[in-house]
Design a protein around this ligand. Sequence first.
Ligand SMILES: Cc1cc2nc3c(=O)[nH]c(=O)nc-3n(C[C@H](O)[C@H](O)[C@H](O)COP(=O)(O)OP(=O)(O)OC[C@H]3O[C@@H](n4cnc5c(N)ncnc54)[C@H](O)[C@@H]3O)c2cc1C
Length: 338
Amino acid sequence: MKYHVVIVGAGPAGSVCGYLLRKAGVDCAVVDFATFPRDKICGGGLTPKAYELLQELMPDLRYGYQGVRRFRLMMDGRTLCVVDLAKELRMVRRKEFDYALLKQYQSVGGELIQDAFSRFEELPDGSLRVTLQSGAQLECDYLVGADGANSRVRRQLMGRYPGNTLWMEQYVTKGANEFIFEFSRRYRKGYYYSFPNVDYDIVGMGGCYASPREVRALLDQNKIRNDAAVSASPLRGANISVQTVTSSKHNVILIGDAGGFANKLTYEGLYYAIATGRNAGMAILEGTDFAVANREIFRKKKKEIYITRFVYSRWGLGLMRLGAHCPKLIKKAFEMNY
Ligand SMILES: Cc1cc2nc3c(=O)[nH]c(=O)nc-3n(C[C@H](O)[C@H](O)[C@H](O)COP(=O)(O)OP(=O)(O)OC[C@H]3O[C@@H](n4cnc5c(N)ncnc54)[C@H](O)[C@@H]3O)c2cc1C
């Protein structure tokens, strides 16, 4: 089969990209090995910039969420401040949210192929041949890798990828309707979080060098036990990719977690999956390079490297502790990012 665009991965990045292309009449297919609706390990926090962008791109999209405005900043087990934000965060269930996005893509005639991507090769005329695990082969002019943190498309392009950080979380019984971020020098470029969701809360932790043992110990210390009523699985883990990569081939584009676009400081990935999905769609529609269509995000990623290095340093955490005496400052800093 021949398509103009083949997208690997029907997560937020792939579905948004496919939706924009199909809406513009482009012949494309999305390949995903999962059976939808499928779950995805994630806190499910949609920031205002993420849901406002989605509203702009997909005005008909409907999804359930828990709105949360209250934010508690903690350090080493102590509350530093509690802040009420101007705009709510929307906490979504990824299983439903991703399915709603995929259905938007399908509603404009988008084709979903349930199979796994294996490899691609370049043909003499510059187009690509994609081989799937079933042995099926697809030809295309563009290949979009939207296949998440452990991207196979990325692996074929650049081999080993050192930019993944491990995050682990579990569902617990609902508590207060506030989200918590707790920092500590012990967590090393990461944090502990507690996010309210629709029928449960999600608690977790991650960052550089986080290990399952360390996360379990932290949950025990916070008196968080596996609650069989809400969670069949005690603790689940997945990677978030924070080392941004640029594909060496103009017609192979990496977006979302496959491209390492999650925020290096906060680890927010959903906005960047949606925004890079849109930018890849625009690049293909306009015949421009993805590096050009996505330049604002590439620029932001470079800045994040320095900000992250500072915030997670002794000085950065010290400043956060001091700044917490003026919650307005913390509110401003948080809202600048969300
Ligand atoms: C514990 C945790 C908590 C998080 N919390 C938040 C949060 O609160 N807010 C936030 O903004 N971000 C959060 N993130 C990050 C967010 O989950 C990701 O950034 C986001 O899911 C990236 O979307 P994506 O479309 O790029 O990839 P994904 O959502 O991972 O989708 C990739 C898709 O590709 C498919 N796929 C993979 N390999 C193949 C293959 N070889 N062939 C075919 N299909 C394939 C998968 O089945 C999947 O459907 C969190 C992540 C983790 C791990």
